[in-house]
Design a protein around this ligand. Sequence first.
Ligand code: NAD
Ligand code: TYD
Length: 380
Amino acid sequence: MKCYLVTGGAGFIGANFVKYILKYAPEIQLIVLDALTYAGNLGTIASDISDNSRCVFVKGDICDKELVNKLFEEYPIDCVVNFAAESHVDRSIENPQLFLQTNILGTQNLLDGARHHWVTGKAENGYPLWKSNVRFHQVSTDEVYGSLGTGGYFTELTPLDPRSPYSASKTSADLIVKAYADTYKMPVSITRCSNNYGPYHFPEKLIPLIIKNILEGKQLPVYGDGSNVRDWLYVDDHCKAIYTVIEKGREGEVYNVGGHNERTNLEIVKTIIHTIYQILSREQHYRAMLKKQTILADGSIDISWINEGLITFVKDRLGHDQRYAIDPTKITNELGWTPQTMFDEGIIKTVRWYLDNQAWVEEVTSGDYQKYYEKMYGDR
Ligand code: NAD
Ligand code: TYD
C-alpha cells in the first residue's frame, strides 16, 4: 500500500482529492495534515475519516518542523501532495505576509521533512540517493504565469510573471520545489491548474459567493466591468489530473491543467442566476430556502426578482489579472488526461450541490465570514 501525505486536505480541492482517492485508488493510504484555518473544515471530510481506516487526520501547520518530522517517522509516507496554502487573492492584497509564510516557508518545510526521510545515502558524484518511488507533488496554479491579453494560452514554457501577492507566493513555492529538484535531485512534480469549481468551495470565491448571495437575496458584486476571463475546470477533473501526474507523470516536470473553458466573470454570474432560476421554477420546494420570501396570490414563493438586476458592478480588484487560459496539450498528449465534466453540466451539479448542502455553507460561514464580507464589500 502506498502512503500519501495530503496537506490542506480539509480545504476545497484537498477535500475533493481525499474523496477522489478513497473512491478510486484503493491501494493508497492517506495522512491528511491541515491547520483548519478559516478555509479548512473538518466536517467536510469527517465521514471519510470515520468510515475509512485508510484515512487519518492530523490537525497541524505545514510550517511546524517538529510535527512534519514526526509524521514522516510515524507513517510510511512515500508521496507528499501539497495543497495547503492561503488561496484567496483578495485576502493576499490585505495581508501578504501570511501568504509568504504558509505558501513559501510551509512548502520549504515540507520539502525538508521529505528530504530528511527519503534520502538513503550519497552517490559518488555527491548527490543524495533517494528511496525509490517517492514523489513530492506541488499543487500550483496558472496564476504564476501572470495575465494574458485577448489571445494566446499559458504553456509550461510561458515565463513566470506573477502579479498578486498570492501568485507571487505560489511562484516562489514552485521555484523552491524546482531548486530542490535541481540541487538535491529530489523527485518532484508540479501541476498548474486553472480556476476550479464544484462542491465544498468556500463562499469567498466567485462561484459559491454568487450562489450564496442569490439565496440570501443580496446584490451580486462583479469587480470592474466583469470582462475579466477565467478558465474554469470541475474540481474532480483537477483531482484526477493530480493523481495521474503523481502516478504516471515524469519526475521533475511541470504539467498545466485546464479544460479550455474560458468565460468572462459576467457570463459566469449570469449563468448562475439563470441556473438557479430554472431549478427553482421547476422544483418549488427549494424556494423555501430563500431569505426573501414574498408570497404570491397563488400561494407560491416569488422568484421573479432572481434576474440580472441583482448584478452590481463594484470597485475593481487592485492589479486585477485580465485573462487566464491554459494550454493542456502536454498532460493530454503525454498522460492521456482530458476533462470529463463539461461546464454546462458541472455548473448545474455545483448549484444543486449548494442547494442541497446549505448546512455546510452555514457551518463554514458561521465564524468571521460576516466581518470579512463587510470589510471586503462594505466600501466597494
Ligand atoms: P482552500 O483555501 O480552500 O484550502 C486550503 C487548505 O489549506 C485549508 O483547508 C486550510 O485550512 C489549509 N491550510 C492553510 N494554511 C495551512 C497551514 N499553514 N498548514 C496546514 N494547512 C493549512 O484552497 P483550495 O482552493 O482548495 O486550493 C488548494 C491548493 O490548490 C492551493 O495550493 C491553491 O494555490 C491551489 N489551486 C487552487 C485553485 C482554485 O481554483 N481554487 C486553482 C489552482 C490551484
Ligand atoms: P476568485 O474566485 O477570487 O478567483 P481568482 O482571483 O483566483 O481567479 O475570482 C474569480 C474572478 O471573479 C476574478 O476575476 C475576480 C472576480 N470576482 C468578482 O468579480 N466578484 C467577487 O465577489 C469575487 C470574489 C471575485
